[in-house]
Design a protein around this ligand. Structure first.
Ligand code: IPE
Ligand code: IPE
Ligand code: MG
Length: 253
């Protein structure tokens, strides 16, 4: 008789939440003598494939940096093309996301988006809200400093109304007002494109995340590249301030 099926040992080492800076679209295009926009389009294809892969692997949350609060500094033409691409991708992929049980969430400062885009985002989130599979978070006009600032503003308003004692402000309370506070913190951070910086991504949320940098340009980030990142994550010991000995004792229990 064959033994009962068990989960593969590495399953416990799978990150629950992966946060990615999708970088290198422009260089991918330049290598091919194409306009930068061709790189962004190819990048959307990578997103589509990655969402499917993460869903299949049972990853709970995938957070993707699509547009940073600093990306407004790019040429106007590129910014408007990126906005159009975002809208088109939403329109084209929404039904598929719904069908594949993906729950969509957009985080970031939406005050600078057009009314049309804001309405689309509300509709898209509502359309997939009952899905129970992968939570796909798109960070659009997001900045880590903005996130912390908006959380502080909420608490400051409560304090000035007299409903919050400033002495009651703890890291946990501030965290409760941040984007993603209801989700597990990112376990694995991936940045493609070779740069080794955080570029104002999830500054607070990345406090104990494992970092993985790869030279692979985002449009080339395929299943093999994802497996490599997951293998690197799986080989790490997360100590959260404890000693290695404490961790092995905890695992023996
Ligand atoms: C990342 O690729 C996509 C966005 C920032 C929207 P880049 O456009 O930054 O690509 P590189 O860094 O110029 O290669
Ligand atoms: C970070 O990429 C933002 C996104 C991927 C959306 P950038 O390519 O804009 O980062 P910097 O400015 O070079 O650090
Ligand atoms: Mg870049």
């Amino acid at each position: 008789m064959s033994p009962p099926p068990t989960a593969p040992p590495e399953a416990s080492k799978l990150p629950r939440h992966i946060a990615i800076i999708m970088d290198g679209n422009g260089r991918w295009a330049r290598q091919r003598h194409l306009p930068r926009f061709a790189g962004h389009k190819a990048g959307v294809d990578t997103v589509r494939k990655l969402v499917r892969l993460c869903g299949e692997k049972g990853i709970s949350v995938l957070t993707l940096f699509a547009f940073s609060s600093e990306n407004w500094r790019r040429p106007e033409k590129e910014v408007s093309l990126l906005m159009e691409l975002f809208i088109t991708a939403l329109e084209q992929q929404l039904k598929k996301l719904k069908k594949h049980n993906v729950r969509l969430r957009i985080i970031g400062d939406r005050s600078l988006f057009s009314a049309k885009l804001n309405a689309m985002i509300d509709d898209a989130e509502a359309f997939t809200t009952d899905n129970t599979g992968l939570e796909l978070v798109i960070a659009a006009n997001y900045g880590g400093r903005w996130d912390i600032c908006q959380a502080a503003r909420t608490l400051a308003a409560q304090a000035s109304q007299g409903t919050l004692d400033p002495d009651a402000i703890t890291p946990e309370l501030l965290q409760s007002q941040l984007c993603l506070s209801d989700l597990p913190e990112p376990d694995l951070f991936i940045r493609t494109g070779g740069e080794k910086r955080v570029s104002n991504y999830l500054l607070w949320q990345l406090a104990y995340t494992e970092f993985y940098f790869t030279d692979t340009l985002w449009p080339d980030f395929d299943q093999k590249a994802l497996e490599q990142a997951l293998a690197s994550y799986g080989a790490r010991e997360r100590r959260f301030g404890r000693t290695s000995e404490q961790i092995s004792t905890m695992q023996d229990d």
